[in-house]
Design a protein around this ligand. Structure first.
Ligand SMILES: [Zn+2]
Length: 324
């Protein structure tokens, strides 16, 4: 081995002693000899691969097109921008991809994502784009879902950090701590998926009857009925483990004062709590039952206030854009 390495070193030194021009010419000659004149044969995918490629193409068509982010560090502070010629259009595309129409919201969310993807004090564009891709993949339909998606991305990234740490522990306390954190994060992620599922299907549980027309024959035509209940699903496997519809119905979100745990009673239809925790409670609503003392909190006043704050927000955003 020793001999080989000295021989290699001699060969290298020998190559170094050759005149440079000669070496260059030789390089060119070998290059022209090895470069084929005919174009390389294009690989033909198999029919199975073709199907997969077409499926992938269809998937890309469906994907909402949002630009990648670019990070520039200016004097310790990170400045984010889009990899796009028109920043305004890029921002709008991103807003569409994460289900909002509020630029302030996107702005804040991007800042939080950048912080979540930080390593030390440097914002990493690759990590930021990955987190953003996770959020976009969840396809949020409103700001609530976008916030949940952002938290899911952050939790996932932390989970993987602890998975890595768990692989490199050196003693039992380290292992315990990494394992605990990993476990908690993984459970949180599963709970977040559940929450998202519940939030998305919140509107599908109710039975809504819009028009009922009874003809002469006595047959009723009912429009737009979705069934939330019904008989239990046919039991396969374990007969003792049937899940009945009432077990799947949404639960009361209140916390029991006695046990300090979540109330387990089913929520009243159209409410998030059970009747014990205030469903159908409170004063009767409607114009006839209004509290007209000063008119500060009437619906009209509230609508006017919200319009005013919208205007303020818009004008602040505009001012910021005019003189950044
Ligand atoms: Zn309750």
């Amino acid at each position: 081995m020793n001999q080989n390495s000295t021989a290699g070193a001699r060969a290298r030194r020998g190559a170094g002693h050759e005149p440079k021009r000669k070496r260059a010419r030789e390089d060119r000659m070998t290059a022209s000899r090895t470069t084929p004149k005919v174009p390389a044969k294009v690989y033909e995918p198999t029919s199975q691969e073709m199907t997969a490629l077409e499926a992938q193409h269809a998937r890309r068509q469906k994907e909402k097109n949002a630009p990648r982010m670019k990070v520039e560090m200016k004097g310790g502070a990170a400045s984010l921008s889009f990899e796009h010629e028109d920043q305004g259009i890029a921002g709008t595309l991103l807003m569409e991809a994460i289900g909002t129409a509020d630029f302030e919201f996107v702005d804040g969310l991007l800042g939080q994502l950048a912080n979540a993807g930080k390593q030390g004090s440097v914002v990493n564009a690759k990590d930021l784009n990955f987190l953003l891709s996770v959020v976009k993949g969840i396809e949020p339909r409103d700001q609530m879902e976008a916030m949940l998606a952002t938290q899911m991305a952050a939790v996932h990234s932390a989970t993987m950090t602890f998975a890595r740490r768990l692989n490199h522990v050196e003693n039992i306390p380290q292992q315990d701590s990494a394992e605990r954190a990993f476990n908690k994060l993984a459970r949180t992620f599963a709970a977040q998926i559940e929450a998202l599922k519940r939030y998305r299907s919140a509107g599908e549980q109710t039975v809504r009857v819009e028009h009922v027309t009874v003809n002469d024959g006595g047959q009723a035509i009912v429009g737009n009925v979705t069934h939330g209940g019904g008989h239990p699903e046919k039991a396969r496997g374990n007969l003792m483990n049937t899940t009945y519809p009432f077990q799947k119905s949404p639960r009361c979100t209140a916390t029991s004062k006695r046990t300090r745990k979540a109330c387990q009673a089913p929520a009243v239809n159209g409410w998030t709590v059970c009747r014990f925790h205030g469903a159908r409670g409170g004063a009767p609503t409607g114009k006839g039952n209004g509290m007209y003392r000063h008119g500060l909190y009437t619906q009209q006043a509230a609508a006017l206030n919200s319009r005013l704050s919208d205007l303020q927000r818009e004008s602040r955003a505009l001012l910021r854009r005019l003189n950044p």
